[in-house]
Design a protein around this ligand. Structure first.
Ligand code: BG6
Length: 516
């Protein structure tokens, strides 16, 4: 599509000034700072925020972990890592600015004494950097520690908000393993924290194109009137990955594709696509409408689990030229593992907007192509005018929101094929993010970290959203547990998943969009 003259109504685009004010003066404490997330995402994201002038001088970072490091060696290690993982140019001056603000405390998350050391380090850093007592704690730790860390923060007096200073906790995924454990974790966190202090992070919400769903739907007048069961036939949401389980077999064996991707990332896409227009962009009004959409998804009965869900596991296969091993041959995976690496689901959203409009979801590892997208398939027009045209060529309108890679939006519609005979061809109008706005260096965590620092929880999951998601998926997990898969592996690496996933749509007279 030829791009129109760029017209900016806000701060979009790489040349626009950064949106918003600088973050509040504060301390960031990273639990599990010795892990991958800190070096790959968090520190590079902070550099991007500093480059965009969104951090003030009254800021410091304390890494807290069991790894045998000191402030000095932690600084040294990060100085090496940043060369590899920075997504913006980091000048020596900028890095110097960071180094002065980075500290490390070695300790065991379960040891109360370690929290006293942390408290002392916090007091010193607060004095040195004149931060006014605002802290946020990033829990980049294994989920089994979430509850314990928060309890210890509470016991050490580090979680309470007094005299106008704020205390917030960012909790990484996975949040619970099923409805019961998610409820228990919410209850545990809420013994120490208020809901407004809890920031349940889902990195999908840091993606520009995911945030753009809200802008696209509610910032344009032409889509909302047709965004309902009267015009939409069904919706397909795909999150396909080409990578296998990599070195995360230990974790993945206990999670599987459903827990790993669906209650968090895919349900975010479902709720943003299905929600009603919020009354404002206030965090709770957006999340109220997302939660309502999630509550409207009907939990499947055990019989429906058998007909509306599909699970798969990759066997060996080819990714391009390369032969790749089966899931069961990956490191730290049991040779007879019944963990699923693929899942497809049909969801029913029972409300006035979506009744009888199925939402089909699929996600998997080692699929033919990396692509995350939402395809909205519109109903066929009354085609009696073209009754002499062959039915196959009468394509329906389809809107595809491409989340990654090749971020953009395309709309398919019919057009007359030139010539003396009346024939219809399907054409696409295509908008590519990069053509229009250029590419902005980002790790995907900038917006989320910044929002936490300014107290905007819009892009974080609220307790009721997490529980609503698990209410839908727990019946699936229960049936799957009772009936272990019999035919794993059931798809070859490099394919589009098991045949049953195609059958799921074929039974409804539909098919998955071919992603090329
Ligand atoms: C993570 C999952 O949350 O999301 C991974 O644990 C998955 O298994 C990843 O690969 C996908 O995220 P992205 O941003 O690479 O699409």
């Amino acid at each position: 599509m030829k791009t129109l003259e760029r017209e900016e109504t806000g701060n979009a685009g790489e040349t626009a000034p950064p949106p918003g004010r600088a973050a509040d003066p504060c301390l960031m404490v990273i639990f599990g700072a010795g892990g991958d997330l800190t070096k790959r995402k968090l520190i590079p994201a902070l550099c991007n925020l500093a480059a965009a002038k969104l951090l003030t001088d009254r800021f410091a970072i304390i890494g807290f972990a069991y790894n045998d490091l000191t402030t000095e060696t932690f600084r040294k290690q990060l100085s090496e890592d940043i060369r590899q993982f920075a997504t913006c140019p980091v000048s020596p001056e900028m890095w110097d600015w960071f180094l002065k603000r980075i500290y490390y405390v070695r300790g065991d998350f379960q040891d109360p004494k370690a929290y006293q050391q942390l408290k002392e380090q916090i007091a010193q850093a607060e004095k040195a950097h004149d931060t006014p007592g605002n802290h946020f704690y990033y829990l980049a730790v294994a989920p089994k520690f979430f509850g314990g860390v928060v309890r210890q923060l509470g016991a050490a007096g580090l979680a309470s908000e007094e005299n106008g200073r704020w205390r917030r906790v960012i909790v990484e995924k996975p949040f619970g393993r099923d409805l019961e454990s998610a409820r228990a974790l919410n209850a545990e966190l809420k013994q120490v924290l208020e809901e407004r202090q809890i920031y349940r992070i889902d990195h999908y919400l840091g993606k520009e194109t995911v945030q753009n769903i809200i802008m696209f739907r509610f910032g344009n007048g032409i889509f909302e009137p047709i965004w309902n069961r009267r015009y939409i036939d069904h919706v397909q949401i795909t999150a396909a990955e080409t990578v296998g389980v990599e070195l995360r077999g230990g974790y993945y064996e206990t999670a599987g594709a459903l827990r790993d991707m669906v209650p968090n990332h895919l349900f975010q896409l479902v709720s943003l696509t299905a929600m009603e227009p919020p009354i404002s962009f206030h965090a709770d009004s957006v999340r109220d409408d997302q939660a309502k959409a999630l509550h409207a998804i009907q939990p499947p009965t055990p019989e429906e689990v058998l007909t509306m869900t599909v699970r798969g596991q990759y066997g060996e296969g080819r990714m391009g030229e390369e032969r790749v091993p089966a899931y069961r041959a990956e490191p730290n995976v049991a040779p007879d593992s019944s963990t699923e690496t693929f899942v497809a689901l049909k969801l029913r959203i029972d409300n006035w907007r979506w009744a009888d409009v199925p939402f089909y979801l699929r996600t998997g590892k080692r699929l033919a192509k990396r692509a995350t997208e939402i395809a909205v398939q519109f109903k066929r027009a009354p085609f009696q005018l073209f009754r002499n045209t062959s039915v196959e060529s009468l394509q329906t309108n389809r809107l595809v929101v491409r989340i990654q890679p090749d971020e953009g939006i395309s709309l398919r519609f019919g057009a007359k094929v030139p010539g003396p005979i009346m024939r219809m061809g399907a054409v696409e109008m295509d908008f590519n993010y990069v053509d229009y706005f250029g590419s902005t260096p980002s790790t995907g965590y900038e917006r989320l970290i910044y929002d936490c620092m300014i107290g905007d929880a819009t892009l974080f999951q609220r307790a009721d959203m997490v529980e609503a998601g698990w209410s839908v998926l727990t019946p699936v997990l229960d049936v799957w547990k009772a009936l272990p898969p019999r035919a794993f592996p059931n798809y070859a690496a490099g394919s589009w998943g098991p045949k049953e996933a195609d059958d799921l749509l074929a039974r409804d007279g539909r098919e998955w969009r071919k992603i090329e």
